[in-house]
Design a protein. Structure first.
Lengths: 384, 399, 396
């Protein structure tokens, strides 16, 4: 049994502000069919898919055990289905464990989220906070991000002007992504003038409300050739949980991301990400997170985010050519979107966004306010 | 075995559970979890330093907390660690055990801690269950998670009187087991002489399904620590090995009410048992296993599933109950812990089945330990729209 | 009348008027019966935010009656017996409308056992009588000391406690030279001090008491030598108050039906019932689903079925789960039916309800035996909702 996981095929629908005419079963079906078509994988108990991993959230779906509504669409009828109720990126780590353990050979990984379904995604993330203290204070992922932004901007000397550039760039890149959310192309002035959401974050600094669904076929090294001529490998995974109360955390320290990245690098045998990895997809739910997560994974020096931006770090390291989460991916699915972009890059299918000769890519995503739980995936192209 | 020979073996080295109850108002959610975590660490003689990865699960809509593992880090001890969160409804506890097994067997983590919990009293349980249904139509008309159809099935086949007596016999056996388990939630001290009375007086909920035959709603937590073979042998006197596990789901629609022999209904637990035992070369599960911690949401299902899990015929399963072979000391002890009917903190319940089966293998379950040696144990989980998870535990690494 | 935990059944009923909560009686207009085995029957009438209670054998017209033995009834009321456990194991039974009886929980404040009183004299006697039993010999290794207590007032007295060779003796005099002497003007203050109602500082500062001799022996050593005195009335420690936070969490949702479910709901508006058909195995799904789970293929062909059909299975529901959105529970009993509509076969049933007054008449199908034939009763104004069908009724 090899030490890496093969991504054999991916499928997705377009990131969209509101799929009001589709329920999530329809959205998933659009991702399910192409995977089956492309790989000809079956659900045979011996040779096919026996385990399906899904990613969704009961509170967003407003349904208890919401995965029970999709069992049939993801092919899980009389098969196993396990729901990752966390950022989707962790589903890849878990799938890796299922396959490396020997328990499974082939895994279908699908996820969905409709941020537009509920009246407010902030009300959803407010529920992540304890009912006695943080929740009544009105904390949600957006205003908590603002608190972290304030700390980070000061520590790493990142300015409003730089944040505006990040937003403008994300939309330009997103426009080159056929599955990217279609957003109005904005200029820096518009960003700087957009209404304040939670100081220092403005509306345009935050990722817009998005609906999305995706699917991936993952399998063991030995069987990849059955499903694709062009597998992309997952070679490393690491995650790390930080403390809960904001006051207990050093908000600008990147504690959890640094640990998660180190663990992923160790597993993948990466000693120097700056030299060994060519593409970086970071889940930036708010503009300040792009340079902050860049510091966390070690491609920007700690405390020098602003400088790194000025020196063109985002282009040097091909960061978020997909548009990033900032252009629009739902909460909890940012990781899957990052992995999918890395897959396209490493299998030379990234079209206008293609980085020539990309051998390795990194995908990162966070669960919880101000990145309390972070996870990192390292990927490698076929032929090393 | 699973699709391939396991990369490396995994054993349970630590078990902790709270006393399950209907009113743990004295603790908040992370504190409740922490009780179980502390007990498990104590049992394993470890500290949080030794844990590589924490696996967390529950049905979050019952307590209405989004991503509860974030807040619960205060009680789980997952700070600084890898952390995975998996939920699969009522089977989540069993899934946590399967996931921990996968994670440790993969080589990615040496010691994994699984935590299942629920604090049902903080939310609206029946509302939470009704909310499982499709909001576009089924939620508006559903009767909830209750149906009398399993009682109807048994009654149809064996007659009302025999069916009722078997159901109450099963119930009283579970109660007697619960009375021996210091952690059980509901233990009434029922006697077999009460069977006729209870049949008559226990209020009916749906059809023939009576209140006394239903599982509880409990607050509680369970924590189980898994380790790779090498560490398990170093750290534990009696590691309990995970041999294999299987998960089988089915679609959400309940198309099982046709009652037409031309359209037989296949149940997931029958399928799961056939697959799991088949691939492990077990032809006679009733004789192979020494104990079975079965997820019994109600007596009627338990009766029905005994036949399916053990591939019995005719009324063999009823006889097992009527002859009290399922009691501690009997031929096939079922739920020496008192089962789900005795305690049901939903997010923990299926994990408790694995934990209790492991305690039996270890031989130190306490007053509810079965008197004969346990080498092979089975645990099952149930939930969602009639899903099944099964886990096989072994005393020796010799399969 | 028998006493349980010092309380009689009559005590509970007699205290009801005083414990009554008019705010809990809003929307309650009914009579409730209590049949306490061996003790008697009571009838509680609640109307217009007021109650009336009488002991009577006539419980006719009660919407629900609770039957229990005296011990269970008292036990549940004084908190010695867990109500849910008792109910589930049949120790008390509710006949009639269970949900209505549930409302009585809000009608009364909790029954609180009346505090028995103990006089100063009785306390002192008890305190000194228990000293030997509270003595911890291991703490007295190598110790020889005597403690004298001169407690004044009408109910006071004198006591000495001797410790030697790890043995403790108590006398009701003061002799010789005690190691330390405690003098109280009023013995009652000493009792309050031991019960934790006043602290040493306050007593000494206010001159209510004085200590002579080796004061440290009293202050530091005594608490180590003797276990704390436990008030036999047990009431001097205030039970922790539970703060409860009640919040209904609600996030408005706009659920999309999508084209498949949408077609079904749209059909109901037109009084048509649509199932979808799997192109591979031909099975019908009702309501329609995006795929056939068994074949794992898109199943987009729609077939009109019914609207009439036969009942294959019925659940008579006695206990209704409340609607999570409104909290309202359907009136019971009701009949939840699974109908095999014309055009469907096998397990392709649709769940709905049977007209309330027809539950008794329904025959369930079984293999070739057909169940009672039923037809939908449609709403006048339909909106594309499962409730466009009010219920099904027998097709005569």
């Amino acid at each position: 049994m090899g030490k890496r996981l093969a991504v054999c095929a991916v499928a997705q629908i377009k990131n969209h502000p509101s799929y009001h005419d589709l329920r999530f079963q329809n959205m998933l079906l659009e991702c399910f069919e192409p995977i089956i078509e492309q790989t000809q994988v079956t659900f045979d108990m011996e040779k096919g898919i026996r385990t399906i991993i899904t990613c969704s959230d009961d509170v967003f779906d407003a349904r208890t055990i919401s995965d029970n509504g999709i069992t049939d669409v993801v092919g899980a009828h009389f098969r196993g289905e396990e729901k990752i109720a966390q950022e989707s990126i962790n589903g890849l780590g878990y799938a890796m464990a299922c396959i490396l353990s020997g328990h499974d050979d082939v895994i279908l990984f699908m996820g969905h989220c409709k941020e537009s379904q509920g009246e407010s995604r902030r009300m959803v993330s407010n529920l992540a906070y304890d009912p006695f203290y943080c929740r009544p204070l009105g904390m949600d992922y957006h205003n908590v991000a603002a608190l972290q932004a304030r700390a980070y901007l000061e520590k790493s000397q990142v300015t409003d002007a730089q944040m505006a550039k990040i937003v403008v760039r994300s939309r330009k890149n997103g426009a080159k992504n056929p599955y990217g959310r279609e957003n109005k192309i904005v200029d820096e002035a518009e960003v700087l003038n957009s209404p304040l959401y939670a100081d220092p974050l403005r509306e345009l600094h935050l990722y817009p409300v998005t609906d999305w669904a995706y699917g991936m076929l993952l399998c063991s090294e030995e069987r990849a050739a059955e499903f694709t001529k062009n597998p992309v490998w997952i070679t490393g995974y690491g995650s790390c949980m930080d403390r809960y109360f904001l006051g207990d955390r050093e908000l600008a320290s990147n504690f959890s991301l640094k640990n998660a990245a180190q663990r992923a690098y160790a597993m993948a045998g990466i000693k120097d990400p700056c030299r060994e990895i060519q593409v970086f997809e970071l889940s930036d739910q708010a503009a300040y997170q792009l340079p902050m997560w860049a510091e966390g994974v070690g491609i920007a020096e700690e405390g020098r985010g602003g400088q790194w931006l000025d020196e063109g770090g985002m282009e040097t390291f091909s960061v978020n050519l997909s548009g990033g989460q900032l252009n629009g991916n739902p909460l909890l699915l940012g990781g899957a979107a990052r992995v999918i972009e890395c897959y396209y890059q490493l299998s030379r299918q990234a079209g206008l966004r293609q980085v020539k000769g990309a051998k390795r890519a990194l995908a990162q995503a966070a669960t919880g306010g101000a990145g309390q739980h972070q996870a990192v995936i390292v990927m490698e192209a076929q032929g090393g | 075995m699973a699709q391939h020979k396991k990369n490396r073996n995994v054993g349970i080295i630590g078990i902790g559970q709270t006393k399950h109850s209907s009113h743990r108002e004295d603790v908040n959610q992370p504190e409740l979890i922490h009780e179980a975590v502390r007990l498990a660490l104590q049992d394993a003689n470890l500290t949080m330093q030794d844990i590589d990865c924490v696996v967390h699960g529950n049905m979050e809509l019952f307590e209405m907390v989004h991503q509860p593992d974030l807040w619960h880090v205060l009680g789980t001890g997952a700070y600084g660690k890898d952390c995975i969160r998996i939920t699969t409804g009522g089977t989540v506890g069993a899934t946590l055990a399967c996931a921990s097994d996968n994670l440790a067997a993969s080589g990615m983590y040496d010691i994994v801690m699984a935590i299942g919990f629920e604090k049902l009293q903080e939310g609206h349980t029946t509302g939470g269950i009704t909310n499982m249904a499709d909001p576009l139509w089924f939620r508006k008309i559903q009767a909830g998670a209750l149906t009398g159809s399993s009682a109807y099935d048994v009654e149809r086949e064996f007659g009302l009187e025999r069916a009722n007596r078997a159901s109450l016999t099963y119930r009283i056996i579970m109660d007697k087991h619960a009375c021996l388990n210091p952690n059980a939630h509901r233990a009434f001290g029922l006697e077999f002489s009460q069977i006729d009375d209870l049949i008559r007086t226990s209020p009916k909920l749906v059809g023939e399904l009576k209140l006394i035959e239903m599982c509880s709603q409990s607050d509680g937590a369970c924590c189980v620590i898994f380790a790779c073979e090498q560490k398990a042998k170093e750290l534990a006197e009696t590691p309990v090995w995970i041999r294999d596990h299987i998960t089988v789901h089915r679609e959400e629609t309940f198309n099982i009410f046709g009652y037409d022999r031309k359209a037989p209904v296949i149940k997931t637990h029958k399928f799961a048992a056939e697959q799991l035992f088949g691939r492990n070369g077990i032809n006679d599960p009733l004789n192979y296993f020494d104990v079975f911690e079965m997820y019994d949401p109600a007596t009627w299902w338990a009766i029905d599933w005994l036949r399916d899990f053990f591939a019995l015929e005719g009324d063999e399963h009823l006889k097992l109950i009527e002859n009290r072979e399922i009691m501690i000391g009997g031929r096939m002890p079922i739920n020496p812990s008192g089962g789900v009917i005795g305690s049901n903190p939903i997010g923990a319940t299926a994990l408790i089945r694995v934990a209790e089966a492991a305690l039996q293998v270890r031989g130190n379950a306490g007053p509810h330990q079965i008197p004969t040696p346990v080498r092979h144990a089975l645990a099952s989980g149930f939930g969602g729209t009639m899903w099944t998870v099964m886990t096989m535990l072994e005393k020796e690494l010799n399969w | 009348m028998a006493e349980y935990w010092g309380v009689t059944v009559a005590d509970i009923f007699n205290s009801m008027p005083e414990r009554f909560r008019p705010e809990g009686a809003k929307d309650v207009a009914a009579a409730f019966g209590y049949d306490i085995k061996g003790e008697g029957k009571w009838r509680l009438t609640v109307k217009n935010d007021a109650m009336a209670l009488e002991q009577t054998d006539d419980l006719s017209g009660c919407v629900a009656t609770m039957a229990a033995d005296g011990e269970t009834f008292v036990g549940v009321n004084v908190g010695q017996v867990d109500a849910t456990n008792a109910f589930m194991s049949g120790k008390f039974i509710i006949e009639g409308d269970m949900a209505a009886f549930g409302k009585t929980g809000r009608l009364f404040r909790k029954f609180v056992l009346a505090q028995k009183e103990m006089t100063t004299k009785e306390y002192l006697a008890d305190m000194f009588a228990t000293i030997a039993g509270r003595f911890k010999p291991d703490e007295a290794d190598g110790l020889e000391a005597s403690f004298a207590f001169a407690l004044g007032g009408a109910e006071g007295g004198q006591w000495s406690v001797f410790i030697k060779d790890k043995v403790c003796t108590v006398t009701t005099t003061i002799e010789g030279k005690p190691t330390v002497t405690l003098e109280f003007n009023d013995a009652r203050d000493y009792v309050d001090f031991i019960l934790g109602k006043i602290d040493a500082q306050s007593i000494l500062a206010s001159g209510k008491a004085a200590a002579k001799g080796d004061i440290n022996m009293m202050a530091a050593k005594w608490p180590l030598l003797f276990e704390k005195y436990k008030d036999p009335l047990g009431g001097n420690v205030k039970e922790q108050e539970l703060l409860t936070l009640k919040k209904t969490i609600s996030i408005n949702q706009r659920f999309a039906t999508g084209p498949v479910m949408g077609r079904f709901l749209r059909g109901l508006k037109d009084k048509k019932i649509y199932a979808n058909q799997c192109p591979r195995c031909g099975r019908l799904q009702l309501p329609p689903r995006e795929v056939c789970a068994e074949c794992r293929v898109r199943a987009a062909d729609f077939v009109e079925v019914g609207p009439k059909g036969e009942v294959r299975y019925m659940d008579v529901v006695y206990y209704a789960m409340p609607d999570p959105l409104t909290g309202v529970a359907r009136e019971t009993p009701y009949g939840s039916i699974n109908i095999l509509l014309d055009g469907c076969k096998g397990n392709e049933t649709l769940p709905h309800f049977i007209r309330k007054d027809q539950i008794e008449k329904i025959q369930m199908g079984w293999n070739e035996l057909k169940g009672t034939r039923v037809r939908p009763v449609w709403e006048e104004n339909r909106s594309g909702d499962i409730w466009d069908i009010q219920y099904f009724e027998i097709d005569e």
